[in-house]
Design a protein around this ligand. Structure first.
Ligand code: ATP
Length: 262
């Protein structure tokens, strides 16, 4: 779906690479989590994919097509992003205005805009809040509206950059369960950026970044098992993995499996 080839980037006046010649193919329909400690290069990678930084080395392919000056706008319409702070993302006075906002630039018929807005709000279970003011919603609800805004654009790739980091545990699980449902029902390709290893359980694939490089790439199980990789990347193993390892001799269990076994 997206293929990064030998991408490298240094911020101005910096000696070292924020991204050091990385190559990653992201497969269509997969939920890929990108994990790494603060400063490992995750946000820089997202900025390059989204075109916020464009003076990088290397090439980006979208659906097999090389991204160029000429086609970059149309190819990037296939991506939609949800950022960290839900409060910074709202532009509409009501939830439905907000979700419809991005559609206004697409030149759609009004009836299609309404249909897409309703459908997207339904997907995140927020239709009943359509006339509410976004700023009066809970954190989890706000991020669900932001996800609806992204989904209304009918993206082929949904990118979430630390999208749950400002939420409390219930807001976080609200957003994660919506993503699981979207992934199962719509087969949406998801790039999920986080430094929290408890959030990667449902991903198909996990990429570990450290010092601007890709240092790990595997299934959730493979990454959880690789304690040396996680330690060297300053990442914390979830407590469920530690408890399962210490008490039950198993290196990986989901939270629910662990509760059952204990
Ligand atoms: N605007 C900037 N100017 C100079 N250096 C920067 C800038 N933004 C990021 N960096 C540096 O680039 C490297 C990668 O940063 P980046 O923000 O991509 O990491 P990250 O993994 O997203 O971190 P976090 O989890 O804190 O968001 C770090 O060494 C950081 O200090």
């Amino acid at each position: 779906m997206i293929s990064l080839k030998d991408i490298a980037f240094k911020y101005r006046r910096e000696e070292s690479y924020a991204l050091d010649h990385i190559s990653i193919p992201f497969n269509a329909g997969e939920w890929t989590s990108i994990i790494g400690h603060n400063g490992s290069g995750k946000s820089t990678l997202v900025k390059i994919i989204m075109g916020i930084i464009d003076d990088h080395e290397g090439e980006i392919y979208v659906g097999g097509e090389l991204l160029t000056e000429k086609n970059k706008q149309s190819l990037r319409r296939k991506f939609a992003i949800v950022f960290q702070n839900p409060d910074n993302q709202f532009v509409g006075a009501t939830v439905e205005d907000d979700v419809a906002f991005g559609l206004e630039n697409l030149g759609l018929e009004r009836s299609e805009m309404i249909e897409r807005t309703e459908h997207a709000l339904g997907l995140v279970n927020m239709l009943e809040f359509r006339s509410h003011e976004p700023h009066r919603l809970s954190g989890g609800q706000k991020q669900r509206v932001a996800i609806a805004g992204a989904l209304a654009m009918q993206p082929e790739v949904l990118i979430l950059d630390e999208a749950t980091s400002m939420l409390d545990p219930s807001g976080r699980s609200e957003v994660l369960s919506i993503l699981c449902r979207l992934h199962e029902q719509l087969d949406t390709t998801i790039l999920y950026i986080t430094h929290d290893l408890t959030e990667i359980e449902r991903s198909d694939r996990v990429i570990v970044m450290n010092g601007g490089a890709v240092v790990g790439d595997g299934s959730v199980l493979e990454i959880y098992k690789d304690k040396e990789l996680l330690r060297n990347s300053s990442l914390k193993v979830p407590y469920t993995v530690e408890i399962a390892d210490a008490l039950l001799g198993s290196s990986y269990m989901t939270h629910d499996e662990l509760v059952m076994r204990l």
